[in-house]
Design a protein around this ligand. Structure first.
Ligand code: SAM
Length: 334
């Protein structure tokens, strides 16, 4: 008699997890949610609107019902409240561009074995950083939409009262700077990022009405001279692109750019000490392996140690509110 086997369901769910991802990403890409009529639509109407074939469109619509993205009433399909909140461009919480960025990474994820064997990214690193204008725009808009959620959590957790000069290193779309300078009167910020990225950040800051509070500086943060005399400095979602040596070098630059008593905030996805959890952080490490040379994800305790080695004191850990599992490490320049 065989010993009882464990339940294979977790293995099978992992093996087919991309089916659901690709149904969502494809529906988003073809515009299923973007222009959905208020009264719902049949498969034939959706196919005509989206220029897709009717029979597969019906299969996609039914899959979206099963995934909780559409509701069916007879033969009419309507976005569910969750889909309408996050997948309709009319919604202030729209995440469609963030999904397009995930979509751009689908091909590189299919070549994970190559990255694991040879330790090189499968997404050409410059594609999303200016090399491919469409992918760069998806990436910067994706960071903005994602940051609108995460940064709202950060402004509630970090107190910058009385501080006047923020340097936002690798600040991307400038969303953090816009929200922080809005929350703390008198605070002004400079977003340092690569020139093609700050060009799009300028558009986003104008849309947010933050252009007067937030300046941009185009350059490579490893080689460009950082503006000095700041009383706070943010490095958000950036150090996962760097090796330990790269992190240590940038933390030294952060110390030099801060006035004594200045506050350093390092916000990112971190693993725990052993590097083997939580699951999102470990998978994010693989995502970075595919996206940038030498990139990965760091354990929070290691980052705190590197900050202390760079001369920062009182390193405190602040988990940011869901849905993204980000943590802010906050320390004072000693
Ligand atoms: C994941 S994004 C984080 C953006 C923003 N700080 C946030 O948290 O939403 C990483 C940013 O680092 C920027 N970046 C990558 N390499 C850089 C470099 N060498 N110098 C300056 N910025 C760089 C990218 O353009 C991108 O905006």
């Amino acid at each position: 008699m065989c010993a009882a086997l464990p339940d294979p369901a977790p293995i099978l769910q992992l093996a087919t997890g991309y089916w659901g991802s690709q149904a969502l990403l494809t529906a988003n890409r073809v515009g299923l949610f973007a222009g959905a009529p208020a009264g719902g639509e049949t498969a034939a109407e959706a196919a005509a609107r989206l220029s897709t074939a009717e029979r597969p469109t019906l299969l996609l619509l039914n899959a979206c019902v099963a995934l909780g993205l559409l509701a069916r009433d007879g033969d009419r399909y309507t976005p569910t409240p969750t889909a309408a909140a996050f997948l309709s461009p009319a919604s202030p919480a729209y995440l469609g561009d963030a999904l397009r960025y995930s979509d751009d990474l689908y091909g590189p994820w299919g070549r994970l074995e190559e990255a694991v064997r040879h330790d090189h990214p499968t997404l050409p690193p410059t594609d999303i950083l200016g090399g491919d204008p469409a992918q760069t725009r998806h990436f910067v808009r994706a960071m903005h939409q994602r940051a609108l959620g995460i940064a709202r959590g950060l402004v509630e957790v970090i107190d910058l009262t009385g501080r006047t000069r923020l340097l936002d290193v690798g600040g991307g779309p400038g969303t953090y700077s816009a929200l922080l300078t809005d929350r703390f009167p008198g605070l002004r910020s400079t977003v340092l990022d690569l020139p093609p990225v700050v060009a799009i950040a300028g558009e986003i800051l104008a849309e947010l009405g933050a252009s007067e509070r937030v300046a941009t500086l185009g350059g490579d943060c490893h080689t460009t001279t950082w503006p000095g005399g700041n009383d706070c400095l943010l490095i958000s979602g950036f150090l996962h692109r760097e090796s330990e040596a790269g992190c240590r070098a940038l933390l030294e630059r952060a110390r030099a750019a801060l006035a004594p008593g200045g506050l350093l905030i390092v916000a990112d996805v971190f693993t725990g000490e052993g590097g083997d959890g939580p699951p999102f952080a470990c998978l994010f490490g693989l995502n970075m392996l595919l996206s940038a040379p030498g990139a990965g994800v760091h354990p929070a305790p290691a980052m705190a140690e590197w900050m202390a080695d760079a001369g920062f004191t009182a390193v405190a850990t602040h988990p940011l509110p869901p849905p993204m599992p980000h943590t802010a490490l906050v320390a004072v320049r000693g």
